[in-house]
Design a protein around this ligand. Structure first.
Ligand SMILES: Nc1nc2c(ncn2[C@@H]2O[C@H](COP(=O)(O)OP(=O)(O)O)[C@@H](O)[C@H]2O)c(=O)[nH]1
Ligand SMILES: [Mg+2]
Length: 425
């Protein structure tokens, strides 16, 4: 990104005065007053270069926050399937965990997220395999390095499982108990008891059984139980578990985990939206600071490179990249055009290129001119529109454009999620 080093000193101060007080807060300060006060200090001490460095750091810091999530359990319980579901991969994709492979010598395997390698899932063997036994387990698997433990079971709970669960519990880290393959139990029960079968009764039974097993461990804290079926992750407790994993994240890792998770629940969409909205302050500031080929939209000027880059980030974050939609369309037995039409996916009509965005906003601006000019801050900014490269106008226009793109994409992500839920019931 190009950067105009010499910025009129009054420019940032103008922004400080003009920014809407009602907009969402920054990550470091929680409110826009704090955000702009801080920017003002940085600018006064280090100039525009310092501001640019600060903004870049704030936008990208999360990529360096590592999250290690361990999945433990015996072979065949669904550990690899769990890892792939969290990573948004099928067993055929590159970087995925091999599924259904009966391992005779199990190992510790590491699976970084293909797009966000700061999130790493670990496949840890259970105890009682040729390589891992009670005597050597702790030494071979350094359990301290993990942030989370997901303990997978699918039928029996063996003595070795009891032993391992106690070891993990003793670490005092985030620990979740998963009973997987419950859809299979339901199907079997339906087959065995066609007259008396009830899904709820089967699930209750499984839950009680897990509670009973956990009680036997005599642990000093309550471990949550999640019933899942990884062939149907939208059903049962998988999404509840993922929401809990995010809620339980320590504050300093929260942003990283929210941005790195790709299995979208409605809660995750909300959380992503909140973080992406906060980034708008920073992106808009960059747009105001940069001298890179500003493109006039609606009498103002925005840095189209910044706009495009962030819009692509939204698209990836909200599961709307072409290949993601293609995979979903195929699963739902539709073409991508049918999916777009049936779900009325508005973001599909926006070309994420300089030309596409200019055309979209020019059309939209004409239609929406009244909404735009009524925005709280515009009355302050209008006098500045005379100057096509005014940083303050660029700030306001970038904010408006990004907010619009974010809203459209969030709507589409929600539509897809709702369709998935409907389709699975
Ligand atoms: N029906 C059903 N099958 C599952 C589920 N999870 C995994 N499997 C299947 O169980 C087998 C073993 O799964 P895998 O993920 O390789 O287990 P791992 O050995 O613990 O890594 C594979 O054939 C999976 O397709 C599930 O929730 N439901
Ligand atoms: Mg496996």
């Amino acid at each position: 990104m190009l950067f105009k080093a010499k910025v009129d000193k009054t420019f940032l101060l103008v922004i400080v005065l003009l920014v809407p007080r009602t907009s969402s807060g920054s990550r470091s300060h929680g409110d826009s007053d704090g955000f702009f006060e801080n920017i003002k200090d940085i600018f006064e001490n280090g100039g525009a270069v310092a501001v640019k460095l600060f903004v870049d750091k704030e936008l990208n810091e999360w990529k360096d926050v590592r999250i290690n999530l361990a999945v433990l359990g015996t072979s065949g319980t669904g550990k690899s399937s769990f890892i792939n579901t969290v990573l948004g991969l099928t067993a055929d994709d590159e970087g995925s965990a091999a599924v259904g492979v009966k391992e005779t010598t199990e190992n510790i395997s590491e699976y970084p997220h293909p797009q966000y390698p700061n999130l790493v899932l670990w496949d840890l063997p259970g105890v009682g395999t040729p390589n891992f036994n009670r005597e050597n387990y702790s030494k071979k698997v350094n359990l301290y390095r993990f942030d989370y433990f997901i303990f997978m079971t699918s039928d029996r709970f063996r003595d070795d499982d009891v032993w391992l669960a106690k070891q993990v519990n003793a670490l005092g880290k985030l620990f979740y108990f998963v009973r997987n393959k419950v859809g299979q139990d339901i199907r079997n029960n339906k087959y065995d008891h066609p007259k008396s079968h009830s899904d709820a009764a089967v699930l209750d039974d499984i839950r009680h059984n897990c509670e009973h097993n956990l009680q036997k461990l005599n642990l000093d804290r309550k471990i949550q139980i999640y019933l899942t079926d990884l062939h149907e992750p939208e059903k049962y407790d998988f999404e509840k578990l993922m929401d809990q994993v995010i809620s339980d994240a320590p504050e300093y890792k929260k942003e990283a985990i929210i941005l790195s998770m790709t299995h979208l629940t409605n809660t995750l969409i909300d959380r992503k939206k909140e973080i992406l909205s906060e980034r708008i302050h920073y992106m808009s500031l960059l747009s105001g600071l940069t001298g890179a080929i500003p493109v006039p939209i609606l009498d103002s000027a925005v840095d189209i490179g910044i706009l495009t880059e962030e819009a692509m980030f939204y698209r990836a974050q909200l599961g709307l990249r072409d290949e993601m939609l293609e995979a979903f369309a195929e699963k739902s037995q539709m073409t991508i055009e049918q999916l777009t039409n049936n779900l009325d996916l508005q973001s599909r009509i926006i070309g994420l290129s300089a030309k596409g965005l200019v055309s979209y906003f020019t059309k939209k601006g004409m239609k929406k001119a009244s909404t735009f000019t009524s925005a709280k801050f515009i009355k302050y900014l209008l006098p500045l529109f005379g100057n096509a490269v005014s940083g303050a106008a660029s700030y306001a226009m970038t904010s408006w454009c990004l907010q619009d793109l974010l809203d459209v994409m969030v709507q589409d992500a929600i539509k897809i999620n709702e369709y998935k839920m409907h389709w699975n019931n």
